[in-house]
Design a protein around this ligand. Structure first.
Ligand code: ADP
Length: 316
């Protein structure tokens, strides 16, 4: 999608502490999120997600590099006004009611009393808190607080949404509900950037995924491209005596195992070509199997192989 850039991060470095106790939490990341895109920012705990998001909101400053939101420097009034933000840990006042909290946040964002009266019940319903407007927040579970946080983030109908640890504290039902809310926002053209340590979140929601490890981006791809290398097709076959291995199969380094051959192929088109070539060569196909590795497996293997981390020491 080639809309206007909403988030522009260039060579961002963020360090905490000083002197010998410096922790480099973000180590030179660059990324763009364009208008209307939904991008997932994925990494394990301590990878640098929250730090990056805090620089987007202007809560902390880059040690090096630039962070721009809607073309303005991060943290400026113009850029913040256009963003709905859900922090990683949303702490609310225990003696306030859900409605009062939304009135407070909505009021701060310039909504009138009558707009608030109209909007709040709809919003509570949208995030799965219908009828809870008069409940004190001290009686809210973590999942309910997270839902309220989302309502708070979208109350002024912002153009972009930035969520830190999207579904923290939500049970499977809560996650499902949240996905519906986000899909609705996405279809309304909102730009969404969220961090999560759960890859399952991104498959159904995101156009693109940025994976971060030890402050560096290890991979960035559309969900479709990311899923491509996760398919594997295996074929076990026997070749007739004296026949040469067809090139479409030989290219994938088949291995001989007690008179039978086995080959593993990633690309579905290559797989189809190999099976056609084997059939044409008179091979007998003993079995075929397909396997899909999970994104989680993929991320772990990527991180373990040290791709893109440059062998840096542990930042956490
Ligand atoms: P994530 O959100 O991916 O879990 P963070 O951005 O919170 O990661 O943390 C990245 C690194 O920075 C971690 O090593 C963490 O311990 C460190 N860190 C985060 N906040 C601070 C802080 N206020 N002071 C010192 N170190 C911090």
């Amino acid at each position: 999608m080639a809309g206007r850039p909403v988030i522009e991060i260039d060579d961002l470095v963020v360090e905490y502490g000083r002197g010998r106790k410096v922790t480099r939490a973000v180590d030179g990341i660059s990324l763009r999120v364009n208008e209307g895109e939904c991008v997932g920012f994925i990494g394990a705990n301590g990878a640098g997600k929250s730090t990056t998001i805090k620089t987007l909101m202007g809560f902390i400053f880059p040690t090096r590099g630039t962070v721009r939101v809607f073309g303005s420097e991060a943290g400026t009034v113009e850029s913040r006004r256009r963003i709905g933000y859900l922090p990683e840990v949303a702490l609310y006042y225990p003696f306030m009611k859900a409605r009062e909290l939304l009135e407070l946040y909505g009021g701060l964002q310039g909504l009138s009393r009558s707009e608030l009266r109209r909007k709040i019940p709809m919003l509570l319903e949208e995030v799965g808190l219908a009828g809870k407007g008069e409940t004190l927040l001290r009686n809210f579970s973590k999942g309910m607080q997270q839902r309220l946080g989302i309502a708070q983030a979208i109350i002024a109908d912002p153009e972009a949404l930035i969520f830190d640890e999207l579904s923290s504290g939500l049970d499977p039902v809560g996650k499902f509900d949240l996905r519906q809310v986000l899909l609705k926002l996405k279809s309304a053209g909102r730009t969404i950037f969220f961090s999560s340590h759960e890859l399952t979140e991104v498959e159904s929601l995101c156009d693109r995924v940025v994976m971060i490890h030890k402050g560096r981006i290890v991979t960035e791809a559309t969900v479709r491209d990311l899923m491509k290398p996760l398919n594997e097709f295996g074929v076990i076959f026997e070749m007739p005596n004296g026949r040469e291995m067809p090139p479409a199969v030989a290219a994938h380094q088949p291995e001989c195992d007690g008179g039978r051959w086995r080959v593993t192929i990633r690309d579905p088109a290559d797989y189809a070509a190999a099976v056609a070539a084997l059939t044409a060569a008179g091979a007998s196909i003993v079995s075929t199997a397909s396997r899909t590795r999970s994104l989680e497996d993929y991320f772990i293997s990527l991180v373990r192989s040290g791709d893109g981390t440059g062998g840096r020491g542990d930042a956490s």
